[in-house]
Design a protein around this ligand. Structure first.
Ligand code: 0A1
Ligand code: ZN
Length: 855
């Protein structure tokens, strides 16, 4: 679709930069209210662009002080987004640009460019933040080495690359690797480091530092360990070694996203660095491990090979997510990690693909690029690489990646370049596979079967529903991993990858002793929705016998989903199939506790709403919540003895360890506790809360109490213990809202938004209140509409301060079209109200426009 809005930028309009940069020198005189930035930039004409073009420099919110070209003052006047120097005013060949500007980091609440976070200077330049620091061709296909001088009285002064000198009140940094401006970073503050060393496979001795505020040093050990494991893993698995003498990581309190891969100076949201057993949960530890790895892996997939333009964003993000998923699978349990990744994909990406914000992994146009750091670009992008890997095999994948690094190191590359290395390295024709990048929407895979007494035929048919701007969909190249299970539970045919390329195809299996049960889409081999009408007996049989653990978990999940759908749509009463099957699974102590914990988890309310919508029903969040609660109570009753046994046995004696085995035991124990609390009035949870020596169990116990309408005393205790700790307080805010009963959820959010510790300028805290309400579907969608009003009010307020964070949170409304007319009208009123607001940001304007106009 060509977006017709005037400000839209189109992939088809790409043109190479007329001017390239040979070298950048920057000098910062830091001052919170008036920082001076001096730049000296060596430009030269791009031999691959048409000659005689003007020089366009991006720049926003800069106060110009001086500017000159080869010493001659520049007379061109800036416009709202930059400065154009006419070709006639430019030398024929290379020249030096010199400029000085003034900026006000302490007034920067958008957290893009240079800003101040609790007394510490830091930057965020992806995607287009550098233009808020100085004049520059702020596009990723302009790459240059940077030399940076920082002048400030603050004790720690950091930038990209290697240290190049320091003295009282100044420091210099030199980054020899050419990089785009979005990877520039600067940090200055009163910080302390946890330091270590790493020797690369090539013998380079690298100094590792994790910089934090004083008092947080004891929370850096896990991140440092994860960093060293990431560095080793990238050498061993991808043959990629680190390429500077230092690697710095900084934790900041105010940060819009998770973290940022700036060359040699990764900047992290503090919540993805800092952890100790008392204050961080197992989930926090796992997130830290994954995100530390993700940012480190970007050094090769993102920094050395970057993106030509922002339409190629998934080139670095899809690949780096795939790499962090592989790393986590190697560090922990591969099937358990895959289940976790699939849950994220479905909850975030399938949701996005099913609504008004659906877009391809490679979008064709955008208004504000910050709105495209999405689950589709990241998570679906990773799925496309997983499929490529499956299609070409391990050897093909290794050969393709070798070719990618050889051919494109130092390049600003494209997704097309990426697919081509797979074609060139393996000889496969991936013309049709490329459609995955351009076509939005989640394909449906319909499975039908035929058995003639000896021969089994499996028919696969695909169909992708329309998405905004893409009414007609072409068939995709879908790898479908299939195995066959016999009536006795034994495997009749091991996993085979069937390739569906047309709308429909049949595959036959001969010489079978009996009618098999098909286990389809093993390992979730493609990001599709399977429509396979199995009976509950068949699903229970797969749950009991499937040799593929992911498919086995999926069978249980589908069984629970079918039951819950029937409870909601037909008022059906659940039979014993599900709890019987779970009872067998729970008592099988050969099964990984983490796997059993996932098997015991019911599909979430949001997932159920989406499934009902896909099945042609109008989901009612109130009824979904009630059905899920009723099934949970039935499980608690039917499974009380095994749950009580597991709660008792799955303790983890000795000091807390965040390793996957111990975390899996705690996950199973807390799942059991949550159900048991519905039987024991919270007795076990109260005792665990009082005795727990780690945040995982303390928080799990408190949440179990909130879920049964108890826990007031624990809420007060938790606050008293943790009121001085920002990261833990985020949990205190969020848990009370996420676990509130539907009719009280908005009131809880309102009263917490009035709490003295609520600070909407801090993105984590804002999410812990406004985002948390959206994570309580029955509360957010309460028929009164109060939840919608609350969220819209805060989006309007935050948009004036931090457009990027506000626009991100507006996705709370992206599912609106699936609801009943009354709820739709209420949401539409709120979206209209946001849209009508004067001075709406480009970020929010685009999001609200897409949500309203596609309906
Ligand atoms: N590249 C980072 C994500 C990121 C994107 C934008 C940001 O600010 C606008 C910050 C971080 C990653 O993938 O980790
Ligand atoms: Zn990334």
């Amino acid at each position: 679709m060509k977006d017709t809005s005037p400000a839209a930028i189109h992939l088809s309009d790409y043109a190479p930069p007329p001017w390239l940069v040979d070298r950048v020198h920057l000098t910062f005189r830091l001052n919170p209210g008036a920082t001076r930035v001096r730049s000296r930039i060596r430009f030269r004409p791009n031999p691959d662009a048409a000659p005689g073009q003007p020089l366009r420099l991006d720049g926003e919110g800069l106060t110009p002080i001086t500017a000159s070209i080869d010493g001659t003052p520049v007379t061109a006047a800036p416009d709202a987004t930059g400065l154009t120097i006419p070709a006639a005013d430019l030398p024929a060949g290379a020249f030096d640009w010199q400029a000085e500007v003034e900026i006000a980091p302490d007034a920067n609440t958008a957290l893009e460019g240079l800003y101040v976070s609790r007394g510490m200077f830091c930057t965020q330049c992806e995607a287009e933040g550098f233009r808020r620091i100085t004049w520059y061709p702020d596009r990723p296909d302009v790459m240059a080495p940077f030399r940076v001088r920082i002048e400030s009285d603050l004790p720690v002064l950091l930038s990209n690359g290697n240290p190049a000198g320091a003295g009282p009140g100044w420091a210099e940094w030199d980054d020899p690797h050419p990089k785009p401006s979005y990877l520039f970073a600067l940090v200055a503050g009163d910080l302390v480091a946890t330091s270590d060393r790493f020797t690369t496979a090539q013998g380079r001795d690298v100094a590792l530092n994790i910089w934090v505020r004083k008092g947080d040093e004891h929370r850096t050990a896990y991140a440092m360990d994860a960093l060293k494991r990431s560095m080793r893993w990238d050498e061993e698995v991808y043959g990629r070694a680190y390429d500077l003498d230092v690697f710095n990581i900084v934790a900041v309190d105010d940060f819009n996203m998770g973290a940022m891969e700036n060359k040699g100076l990764n900047i992290f949201n503090a919540r993805y660095v800092l952890a100790d057993p008392a204050s961080a949960t197992d989930t926090d530890f796992a997130n830290i491990e994954r995100i530390i790895a993700h940012e480190y892996f970007h050094n090769w997939t993102g920094n050395r090979i970057t993106c030509r333009d922002w339409f190629q964003l998934s080139l670095k993000e899809g690949l780096t997510v795939y790499r962090d998923q592989q790393f986590m699978a190697d560090m922990r349990s591969a099937p358990v990690q895959r289940i976790a990744d699939v849950l994220t994909l479905r909850a975030r990406q399938f949701r996005e693909d099913a609504g008004p914000l659906a877009h391809p992994v490679q979008p064709a146009s955008y208004v504000e690029i910050n709105n495209f750091y999405t689950a589709t670009v990241y998570e679906k992008g990773a799925e496309l690489i997983r499929m490529l890997h499956l299609l070409v095999g391990d050897d093909g994948y290794r050969a393709a990646l070798e070719l990618y690094f050889d051919r494109h190191d130092g390049d600003a590359a494209t997704i097309d370049d990426w697919v081509r290395v797979f074609e060139d390295a393996t000889g496969r024709d991936l013309t049709q596979f490329r459609r995955w990048y351009a076509q939005a929407g989640t394909p449906r895979l319909r499975v039908t079967e035929d058995w003639d007494g000896a021969r089994y035929t499996l028919t696969l048919a695909q169909h992708t529903p329309p998405t905004p701007g893409q009414p007609d969909k072409a068939p995709l190249h879908i790898p479908v991993a299939v195995g066959l299970i016999g009536p006795d539970g034994a495997e009749l045919a091991p996993t085979r990858v069937l390739e569906l390329t047309g709308a429909e195809a049949s595959f036959t299996f001969d010489d079978l002793r009996a009618r098999p049960l098909a286990s389809v889409l093993r390992g979730v081999s493609a990001p599709v929705i399977v429509e396979h009408n199995l009976t509950s007996e068949d699903r229970a049989a797969l749950l009991a016998h499937d040799t593929d653990p992911v498919a086995r978990w999926q069978a249980g999940h589908d069984l629970a989903r079918d039951i819950l759908h029937a409870m909601v749509t037909e008022n059906a009463r659940p039979g014993p199939d599900y709890t019987d099957a779970l009872a067998r699974l729970l008592s099988d102590d050969t099964l990984d506790p983490a796997f059993r914990a996932f098997a015991l988890g019911l599909p979430g309310e949001e997932t159920l709403a989406q499934g009902l919508h896909e099945a042609g029903h109008t989901p009612d969040p109130t009824a979904i919540h009630a059905a899920r609660e009723a099934l949970a109570r039935q499980m608690a009753e039917a499974l009380e003895p095994p749950l009580a046994r597991l709660f008792a046995e799955m303790d983890t004696p000795g000091p807390y360890s965040p390793d996957a085995t111990a975390a899996g035991r705690r996950a199973l124990r807390l799942r059991a506790l949550s159900l048991l609390s519905r039987r024991d009035g919270g007795a076990r949870a109260r005792a665990l809360f009082a005795s727990a020596d780690n945040m995982t169990e303390a928080l799990g116990a408190w949440a179990a109490l909130l879920q049964i309408g108890a826990g007031a005393e624990e809420t007060a205790t938790f606050y008293r213990r943790w009121q001085g700790d920002r990261l833990v307080l985020d949990k205190w805010f969020a848990q009370q809202i996420v676990n509130a009963p539907a009719e009280r959820a908005t009131a809880a959010a309102e009263s917490l938004a009035a709490h003295p510790d609520f600070d909407p300028k801090n993105p984590n805290r804002f999410r812990a209140v406004v985002g948390a309400l959206a994570m309580n579907p029955a509360g957010f969608h309460h028929p009164s509409g109060a939840g919608y009003r609350f969220v819209a009010d805060w989006l309007i307020r935050l948009d004036a301060l931090n457009p990027q964070a506000a626009a991100r949170q507006s996705t709370a409304f992206e599912t609106w079209a699936r609801y009943d007319p009354a709820r739709r009208a209420l949401i539409r009123t709120e979206l209209d109200r946001i849209r009508a607001h004067p001075r709406l940001s480009r970020d929010m304007g685009e999001m609200v426009g897409r949500m309203l106009d596609s309906a």
